[in-house]
Design a protein around this ligand. Structure first.
Ligand SMILES: Nc1nc2c(c(=O)[nH]1)N[C@H]1C(S)=C(S)[C@@H](COP(=O)(O)O)O[C@H]1N2
Ligand SMILES: [Mo]
Length: 200
């Protein structure tokens, strides 16, 4: 018997799989468009902007000097695979917010990725201590397919909120629908309530 079959028979494991999801041990790759090519990171920067006291831009070296944290997360893709106990390392989003000092009216965050891709979450969701801007998965730098050099990781939401090839975060007083949210997916995206698609 394969280990994944044993695993999903275990009631403690089953309790961690949201409705309509199937456990996988693989790491499927999912995105719209092309994987960006980074011959080096000399031209890479990370922009923090919008409704904040202190907007700033960091190059790769500067970004990698920010405080880091580790998070172990269960991830759930709307295409019905879930993967448990994935280990990531990166900068806690909360640290970015601390430095940027969002205006009191800033209640939303937009993750900005390469090629104009965006995803959006309430600021509160991004302030979850396990919300990371991650450069490492499973102890190694991210694979190009999985977002090298940097991706967002938003716990507790379907995985499309976790923008790969991240280049900045915007704090906003208004909610701004991201790429998948404009293309039929739910804005709230809670896997435990099966919020897969939007009603419009
Ligand atoms: N930049 C970017 N990030 C993205 C996407 C995308 O199309 N572009 N797709 C999302 C979707 S739908 C999913 S399920 C996850 C998949 O991440 P993975 O390929 O590492 O499994 O990335 C998310 N992040
Ligand atoms: Mo997805």
């Amino acid at each position: 018997m394969f280990s994944w079959q044993r695993k999903s028979d275990d009631p403690q494991i089953r309790a961690r799989i949201p409705p309509g999801q199937v456990l996988t041990e693989k790491f499927p790759v999912l995105h719209f468009g092309q994987v960006p090519d980074y011959p080096d990171l000399a031209g890479w920067n990370f922009r923090v902007f919008g409704a904040v006291e202190t907007p700033f831009t960091l190059n790769w070296g500067e970004f990698r000097h920010l405080p880091t944290a580790r998070a172990v997360l269960d991830i759930h893709c709307v295409t019905r695979w879930s993967k448990l106990d994935t280990t990531w390392e990166g900068v806690p989003f909360s640290h970015i917010a601390e430095v940027a000092q969002p205006h009191p009216a800033a209640r939303f965050v937009v993750f900005h990725a390469e090629a104009g891709f965006t995803s959006n979450v309430p600021l509160e969701a991004a302030l979850d201590p396990n919300c990371l801007l991650a450069w490492s998965y499973d102890g190694k730098p991210l694979e190009p397919d999985h977002g090298y050099p940097l991706r967002a990781l938003v716990p507790g939401r379907y995985f499309w909120k976790s923008a790969k090839w991240l280049r900045g975060v915007e704090f906003s007083t208004e909610d701004q629908l991201g790429f998948w949210e404009r293309n039929g997916y739910s804005n709230s995206a809670d896997p435990w309530r099966e919020e897969r698609y939007s009603d419009f």
